[in-house]
Design a protein around this ligand. Structure first.
Ligand code: ADP
Ligand code: MG
Length: 436
């Protein structure tokens, strides 16, 4: 019988961060396990806490509440059984490719005599045969990542953690490297007992994992676990894979909520202020035009990522923005444009601005900004002041981003104006002296 030892047990973990007076819950009450023999994909939107969870499992970070156990013992420092591969692997620039791998072998205590052969073998396995004497700067991003993999495998970790390992690579390198990793894993050529891969790419999660842990953000929580009972090799175009991709999309995109929760509350008011999805109106308009150009009632969100050459995270953000503005309805991984969305897509620029203005006024952050401008002396406010007000609700980076999005959306709707040189925001609709 296969070894099914429980390796990782994340036990009711919560992570909060404090910035100034603001306390923010990055991860809320997450529980999950990882057994020997499993390849688990951890999937969720940017900011849902994937990297944080990975850092906890490798012992690089301790949770605010709850505990993380490895083989039944609470982790109190770095987890000696785990290795982490980052999106961009930090290689030693002054060492050759081979020496970079040998460093890891040396750390494991392998004798100098055995190291070169083993390093060359590992490099060969990840497809870097012939590049052993190159320096990192001479390699492409994909090749550097391969060195990263070779080095992680040199450690022969029991638990291999990967944080979006393919996301910085071009499509072909990513595809090749995924195949090589799966080959090593499924044939048992590496002693690794379990793999946890963080990704925000749904297709990648389905193609590689035996199980997909799906998270949502605000706060970061596990919302579902999807088993992937398919043997390798898997084919992305197969019906089974597509069905799982659709199902997972549905989990991430189709969370229909009651209206107040859907729109959130204004900053400073009781209740949660929902962040504006980070998309520009131009991107949104392009997205709605594309949907209108499809001759179908419902489009599969996942297929859109291919048609639009965007990653799934981006498409989900566009879908979320469009849905919140009432331009589309998302349901179980399918998206359909509302009559309003179709009208927008086909309207002239001026008509678009008017349609957009009626919708964007309802969005709490924009509405709040408009109300404050209305109340302000001369209907103008310093962007810095607005940003610090948003800072009561969001961490600093997010506050800055939220303001930038609100300004972009509000300017497009011609509801507000923003002067970069002075950093002042104005109410556009009012006859302010500034504009003559
Ligand atoms: P993911 O990897 O899913 O994109 P992260 O784990 O990096 O998410 O971050 C989760 C949330 O916690 C984000 O909102 C991020 O801004 C916040 N965060 C992460 N690390 C810190 C930190 N050291 N201080 C404050 N906030 C943090
Ligand atoms: Mg991350």
């Amino acid at each position: 019988m296969a070894d099914q030892t429980e390796l990782v047990f994340v036990d009711h973990v919560t992570q909060t961060y404090t910035s100034g007076t603001h306390q923010f819950t990055a991860i809320q009450d997450v529980t999950l396990t990882l057994k020997a023999g499993e390849f688990v994909s951890l999937l969720g939107p940017s900011g849902c806490g994937k990297s944080t969870l990975l850092r906890m499992m490798t012992g690089l970070q301790r949770p605010t509440h709850g505990r993380v156990l490895y083989r039944g013992s609470v982790l109190t420092g770095v987890n000696p059984f785990a290795t982490i591969v980052f999106q961009s692997f930090a290689l030693f620039p002054w060492l050759t490719v081979q020496e970079n791998v040998e460093v890891a072998l040396k750390a494991r205590g392998m004798s100098p005599r055995l190291r070169p052969t083993r390093a060359l073998d590992l490099l060969d396995r990840v497809g870097l045969d012939g590049f052993e004497n190159a320096y990192p700067r001479e390699l492409s991003g994909g090749m550097r990542q391969k060195v990263g993999f070779a080095r992680a495998m040199a450690v022969e970790p029991e638990l291999l953690c990967m944080d979006e390992p393919f996301s910085a690579l071009d499509v072909l390198s990513a595809e090749a490297l995924r195949g090589e990793l799966l080959e090593l894993w499924t044939t048992g050529k590496i002693p690794t007992k379990a793999i946890l891969m963080v990704t925000h790419n749904i297709e990648e999660a389905v193609l590689m994992g035996d199980r997909i842990v799906v998270m949502e953000k605000d706060p970061g929580r596990v919302i579902a676990e999807v088993p992937v009972p398919l043997p390798h090799p898997r084919h992305r175009k197969s019906g089974e894979c597509q069905a799982l991709v659709d199902q997972t999309y549905g989990l991430l995109a189709g969370q229909t909520k009651a209206e107040p929760e859907e729109l959130g509350t204004a900053p400073g008011e009781p209740g949660k202020t929902r962040e504006l999805p980070n998309v520009t109106v131009n991107e949104l308009a392009g997205f709605l035009e594309h949907l209108a150009s499809l001759r179908t009632q419902r489009a599969d969100i996942f297929r859109l990522t291919e048609a639009l050459h965007m990653d799934s995270d981006r498409v989900l953000r566009l879908a979320e923005a469009a849905e919140r503005l009432g331009f589309v309805v998302v349901d179980h991984g399918d998206i359909s444009e509302t009559p309003l969305g179709e009208t927008f897509a086909e309207a002239s620029i001026q008509a678009r601005k008017e349609i957009f203005a009626t919708r964007v006024r309802r969005v709490p952050i924009v509405n709040w900004l408009l109300t404050m401008l209305q109340a302000a002396d001369r209907h103008e406010l310093e962007a810095d002041v607005v940003q610090s007000a948003l800072g009561l609700e969001f961490p600093p980076e997010a506050a800055e981003r939220q303001l930038a999005i609100a300004i972009d959306w509000g300017r497009y709707a011609e509801l507000i104006a923003y002067d970069h040189s002075t950093g002042m925001i104005y109410l556009e609709a009012e006859p302010v002296s500034k504009f003559g």
